[in-house]
Design a protein around this ligand. Structure first.
Ligand SMILES: [Zn+2]
Ligand SMILES: [Zn+2]
Length: 711
């Protein structure tokens, strides 16, 4: 990897490493002086994932320390790739087979193995494998054989959904290889799981994903390992208590979290496990059927419009709507947020960007940092702004339509939001949610690539100067399209020229939303446009003036900016006028549009200039529930490095304590043998020798031993 680094990055990494080494050596030296409660730096320094995993699990299973575990993980990584699930599964089995250290019994070994695999799956950075996975319980099947129950607790949350679900996979692999049976849930246990999920969701805290009864029972019937948990809540489940194989009647938070994660992450899980399951002799094909079941349930078809459409509206994000959380757009509904792939400097993982004007037209209800629940790719996104994406298209009170690039303009006079503008979502979010990529509307970065390809094909160059003389457009605009398509673009006439010359589609900025209009409405619009009066200045078309007519609505839906003059005339100016002129061939004799079911195909068969679909996919969104993330209150009294006792006052002020001259507090007991004096420090303040620690017993008083007969 290091060979691929640039000099600059190499230097950066070196600086980090050198300074870290320096900081550690200072820390080690100062700890060794003995002034601190401990003589060593207790945060282990690890450079690689295998080392991290070993150190993490070794804190729970000391036998694994320096047992060759991290070396073996590195070896497996070479074979399967870093962070591969295969590595987690194989290492889990090898620990369970006691290849690194011996265990008291095979249950302990299998538990340590699963823990190790889980730690690997979480990259060794969270405590979930230690605190979130409590233990492996071996329970009896109805036929007397034994099966695995994974006991989880609340901190499993820290593992993240996928890793939590993968821990079951790891356990299942160990189970199969060690010769244990599969979990055989009975009807009561299936129902218990659903009741418990519902109770947890409604009475404890909202689950990120609440599986339906059908989903829950399906999973319970097919999961080969039982998801169990320690009671985490004070309250009992509302039904299905006292089941013989479930140890508690109280709600098990860890169980609820993991089960709901398996349901949520099923597509991602299946995508990976389908490739490796036969090699590992595990049977998770039920996930495929489960995903089909989920899809069927989610697709709440609304009328015949959706029939035959591949992408179905997804209602999940508005399923648990609460009052006061506005729904900004409905699933797939035209005019909602237009999907735009990409990242801005301030967006990223689970952080999407909107155009600043979009925030304004939403009455400033949405701001930077607002959490939106989105239809796709699912889950939530924190909102940031980006002004190089498509702004909203709005209708003003006087009927004019504008593309709202500058939010503050016109903000008072908006009658209707026709298009809400883009939502910039990173590809990684789709990958993370295992959501297939869906069509995006035509956009500048796409145009730029088509333009570049066309130039290469026709002129065998992308040199702006050469292209300029061939195409008759300034080199500045050409290099703008190639290098900074988000901010530089041709005007409509130039775009039309480029399309005629190179066969590239019309620039997205001037592309109307044809897919959002019915073909017969296009006919309607066409005959209306033919009635328009064209105003030229010299050779150049300056505006089209149209009579007020119901067909104006079609122009609005196309998102073509226009003005309304004294309520009677509709004026389409410059760029837009030129675009309509070419697309509808307004210079030719009056023409009928051909017949097509698809409006984009229709216009392409008619116009000399090609257009692409500008709309792509509209995404539904609603405001999230930020209040659900409660204020993090610091409980108890503030902790300070130097105890100041009550003498420090309410503010624990060092100065105030100093002015009193003495404090009352609890201190450890130390004794300096050479000065024969009590001390509160580990190092004697008189002679600088190490003191001995003393302990206190209620009966004997101060003693030298940590424990005495009185306990
Ligand atoms: Zn001393
Ligand atoms: Zn005692």
């Amino acid at each position: 990897m290091s060979e691929q680094m640039s000099e600059r990055i190499k230097n950066y990494i070196n600086t980090l490493e050198n300074n870290l080494d320096k900081a550690y050596s200072v820390a080690i030296k100062s700890r060794s002086l003995g002034f601190d409660p401990e003589d060593e730096v207790d945060i282990p320094l690890t450079k690689t994932l295998p080392e991290r995993v070993e150190k993490l699990v070794a804190s729970a299973v000391p036998g694994l320390k320096e047992s060759g575990l991290s070396e073996r993980i590195s070896e497996l990584e070479k074979e399967y790739g870093a962070q591969a699930w295969e590595v987690a599964m194989i290492i889990a089995l090898e620990v369970a087979q006691q290849k690194f250290c011996k265990f008291q019994n095979s249950k302990d070994a299998m538990e340590a193995g699963i823990r190790t695999g889980f730690a690997y799956a979480t990259m060794g950075i969270v405590s979930a494998p230690l605190e979130g996975f409590i233990e492996l319980r071996i329970k009896k099947r109805k036929d007397g054989k034994e099966y695995f129950a994974m006991v989880y607790a609340g901190p499993v949350r820290g593992a993240g959904g996928t890793a939590a679900a993968v821990s079951l996979l790891i356990a299942d692999y160990v189970r199969v290889k060690m010769g244990y049976g599969a979990y055989d849930a009975d009807e009561n246990e299936k129902s218990r799981a659903f009741v418990e999920l519902t109770d947890y969701h409604e009475r404890v805290t909202n689950l990120q994903y609440k599986p339906s009864e059908e989903e829950t029972k399906y999973l319970q019937s097919h999961l080969p390992v039982e998801i169990d948990g320690d009671p985490t809540e004070e309250i009992d489940v509302s039904n299905y208590k006292d089941l013989p194989r479930i140890a508690t009647n109280r709600i098990r938070g860890g169980m609820c979290l993991v089960l709901s994660m398996v349901a949520l992450k099923a597509p991602k899980l299946w995508k990976a496990v389908s490739k490796i399951q036969s090699q590992f002799e595990i049977q998770w094909s039920f996930l495929s059927e489960f995903i089909a079941l989920q899809k069927k349930m989610k697709a709440q078809t609304s009328g015949s419009n959706d029939a035959g459409r591949k992408i179905l509206p997804d209602y999940t994000y508005i399923a648990d709507l609460v009052a006061g959380r506005p729904v900004l757009s409905f699933p797939l509904r035209s005019g909602g947020f237009r999907l735009r792939y990409g990242r801005s400097r301030v967006s990223g993982f689970s952080a999407a960007s909107l155009h600043p004007s979009s925030l304004f037209v939403l009455d400033k209800y949405i701001a930077t940092g607002t959490q939106l629940k989105t239809e796709r790719p699912g889950k939530a996104a924190a909102i940031t702004v980006c002004d190089s994406i498509e702004p909203p298209v709005v209708k003003l009170l006087d009927g004019s339509v504008v593309r709202l690039e500058h939010a503050d303009k016109h903000i008072e006079g908006i009658a209707e939001i026709i298009y809400l503008g883009d939502m910039l979502i990173s590809y990684g979010d789709f990958y993370d949610r295992a959501h297939p990529l869906i069509p995006a509307g035509y956009c500048e970065e796409w145009y730029s690539q088509e333009f570049e390809a066309a130039c290469k094909e026709k002129f065998n160059t992308t040199d702006p100067e050469i292209l300029s003389s061939e195409l008759g457009i300034s080199p500045k605009i050409i290099s703008g399209i190639l290098k900074s398509p988000l901010t530089k673009y041709p005007n409509a006439k130039e775009s039309i020229m480029l399309s005629m010359n190179l066969g590239v589609p019309l620039h997205p900025r001037f592309t109307p939303y044809f897919s959002q209009i019915a073909p017969h409405d296009l006919n309607d619009l066409n005959s209306w446009l033919q009635k328009g009066k064209l105003h030229f200045e010299g050779n150049s078309l300056e505006k089209i003036v149209l009579p007020m007519d119901h067909s104006k609505r079609h122009l609005e839906i196309l998102g073509v900016p226009h003005k309304v003059i004294s309520g009677e005339k509709i004026v389409v100016e410059k760029d837009e006028a030129n675009v309509l002129f070419v697309l509808f061939r307004l210079g030719d004799e009056k023409k009928e549009l051909p017949k097509f079911d698809d409006p984009v195909e229709l216009i392409n068969s008619f116009s000399p200039v090609k257009v692409r679909d500008k709309a792509g996919t509209f995404i539904g969104a609603r405001m999230g529930r930020p209040e659900k993330s409660k204020m993090r209150k610091l409980t108890g009294s503030p902790q300070t490095l130097f105890p100041v006792g009550n003498e420090g006052g309410r503010m624990r002020s060092f100065h105030e304590a100093l002015s009193r001259g003495k404090i009352k507090s609890s201190f450890p007991l130390f004794y300096c043998a050479s000065c024969q004096k009590d001390s509160i420090y580990r190092i004697c303040i008189n002679c600088r020798n190490k003191c001995e620690q003393r302990y206190y017993c209620r009966t004997c008083g101060v003693t030298a031993k940590q424990t005495c007969q009185h306990g």
